[in-house]
Design a binder for this molecule. Structure first.
Ligand code: GAP
Length: 505
């Protein structure tokens, strides 16, 4: 048992000298140092807002994705999963409205040539005002911004920026262009044949996975004999040419979404919207996110396809931000695809009777849940990261950095550590490894002193370590150490696998 006299998670100390921004930088460095996240193409100085997941990050990301997939498709008997291609027929994006509407109001600073999303520029200014105690001004400016965005009033937004003398972070000047719209979709050429008309072979990298679900609505409904209400779930990459891409993996140009479109009878959409709103918040809590770190934010300005929309926000290290979107998308998408494809996309409702007769054909309404996998990863890892220090019995200080990732999604569940590299201890350890590795992810390590190996496993977030020592040879027992409490316990070697399975189930 460690001599734990003071147990102080530094991340929660109000008087901790490290600022939230400083701690966030430490988390980013930690992610790199322990194989979670690397900057993309780092040897060429990286590519802005594009990241690679390392050996531990990829496993954690997969575990989160698997939990979502299971909760949607396995735990709901009326939701099925698909995997649509990233490339889609270009007309998809004309029909969905993305070619014409998937743009954000932007503004350029004429001195630095830096382009900003108008809402991010104003929000950044409001955050600064909050930080210096100007709460009233921050509130007013955000309320004005919401009202102007809702009216697409770009002149008003420009005036708001000018009146408040909002400066460019680089040039520190207020020399702004007018507010203009920029499309966020990436395009590329399809096929090998060069054409005089550059638009002829143009395809887009999908900016959301949802459209792959809409265009497959009939395929899935008919082949799966799905009855309304039912859902189609999908996870996969999406691409957006974000102008202000910052805050690590919060806003990326290539990211992953986990989306579910729930098809319902017209008129029942608000009932389902409220159902999914609560379900999704509960699901985040089941993933270890404390309820007080989650809140709802209703949209003021609705997207072109929605009749209601909200964000589930999480309190990230840099403030409250969107984690997941819940959107009531009406029948907009299916109707648009019907019109553009000239194929009838409707559902024949045999169950709903009017005057004893089937209700007939209609275009279902859709309630969508859409969460960014990378944002959820950031949520989980920022909650897990803690710097702890305590006094040992001899009065000296000890400390560690630990990732308290919930055991069920931790990349490695069990570290198997022979105390020495000799005396038959590695053989026993490897036998245990062979017994456990088909059931869960294990890690074998025989280098360095045991204390150092424990610290490394804490930093990686491995919830259980088992040490094999000379006593193991005598009585077939091992020491199991629990990451979060650092408590150690002697258990039988034959119990290890079940003990871990019990804790991660
Ligand atoms: N199909 C609806 C849709 O795409 P959205 O609110 O634009 O709605 C849904 O995106 C979720 O995708 C967001 O809540 C966020 O978690 C994630 N997301 C969006 N843009 C992102 C980006 N640039 N980087 C990382 N995640 C992003």
């Amino acid at each position: 048992m460690p001599a734990l006299l003071i147990f102080a998670p530094m991340a929660n100390e109000a008087n901790n000298p490290a600022s939230p921004a400083g701690r966030f930088q430490e988390l980013i460095s930690h992610c790199k140092e322990y194989g979670y996240i690397f900057q993309s193409s780092e040897i060429y100085d990286g590519l802005a807002a594009v990241y690679d997941y390392g050996q531990n990050g990829a496993q954690l990301k997969k575990n989160i994705r698997d939990e979502w997939w299971k909760s949607m498709t396995q735990m709901h008997d009326n939701i099925v999963g698909i995997d649509a291609a990233i490339f889609m027929h270009p007309t998809t994006w004309k029909a969905s409205g993305h070619v014409d509407n998937f743009s954000d109001p932007m503004i350029d600073n004429k001195d630095s040539n830096k382009r900003y999303r108008v809402d991010h520029l104003i929000e950044g200014f409001a955050d600064e005002q909050l930080a210096i105690g100007n709460e009233q001004l921050a509130k007013e400016i955000l309320a004005s911004m919401d009202a102007l965005l809702a009216k697409d009033d770009y002149t008003g937004l420009k005036n708001l920026i000018d009146e408040n003398k909002i400066k460019c972070a680089i040039s520190k000047t207020c020399n702004w262009t007018d507010v203009r719209q920029f499309n966020l979709m990436f395009s590329t050429e399809f096929g090998a044949v060069a054409s005089d008309n550059p638009d002829e072979n143009k395809v887009y990298l999908r900016p959301e996975t949802a459209q792959g679900i809409f265009v497959n609505f009939l395929n899935v409904q008919k082949t799966g004999r799905m009855k309304i209400p039912f859902g189609i779930a999908q996870t996969g990459k999406a691409f957006r040419n974000e102008i202000v891409a910052r805050q690590f993996i919060f806003r990326m140009r290539e990211f992953e979404q986990m989306e579910m479109q729930f098809f319902v009878r017209p008129g029942t959409q608000m009932e389902w919207y409220n159902y999914w709103k609560d379900e999704r918040k509960k699901w985040h809590e089941s993933m270890g996110v404390p309820a007080e770190k989650l809140r709802f934010h209703d949209h003021v300005k609705l997207a072109h396809y929605a009749d209601a929309a909200l964000d589930i926000e999480f309190e990230f290290p840099f403030g409250w931000k969107e984690l997941e979107g819940i959107h009531s998308r009406t029948d907009f998408d299916l109707k648009q695809h019907q019109e553009f494809s000239k194929k009838k996309i409707q559902y024949f409702d045999n169950d709903l009777k009017e005057d004893g007769k089937p209700y007939g054909n209609y275009t279902p309404f859709v309630v969508e849940t859409s969460v960014g996998l990378d944002r959820l990863f950031l949520t989980i890892i920022s909650l897990a990261y803690a710097e702890e220090k305590w006094l040992k019995e001899d009065g000296s200080e000890d400390s560690r950095v630990v990732l308290k990732i919930p055991a069920k999604i931790a990349p490695t569940k069990l570290a198997i550590l022979p105390l020495l590299k000799k005396d038959g201890l590695p053989e026993i350890a490897k036998e245990l490894m062979n017994e456990c590795k088909s059931a869960f992810h294990c890690f074998y390590e025989e280098k360095d002193a045991i204390g150092k190996r424990y610290r490394r496993m804490d930093a990686i977030g491995t919830p259980f370590c088992v040490t094999i020592d000379h006593q193991t040879k005598e009585d077939n027992t091992v020491t199991i150490r629990y990451r979060d409490t650092m408590v150690q316990e002697r258990i039988s070697l034959s119990e290890v696998k079940n003990r871990v399975l019990e804790k991660i189930s």
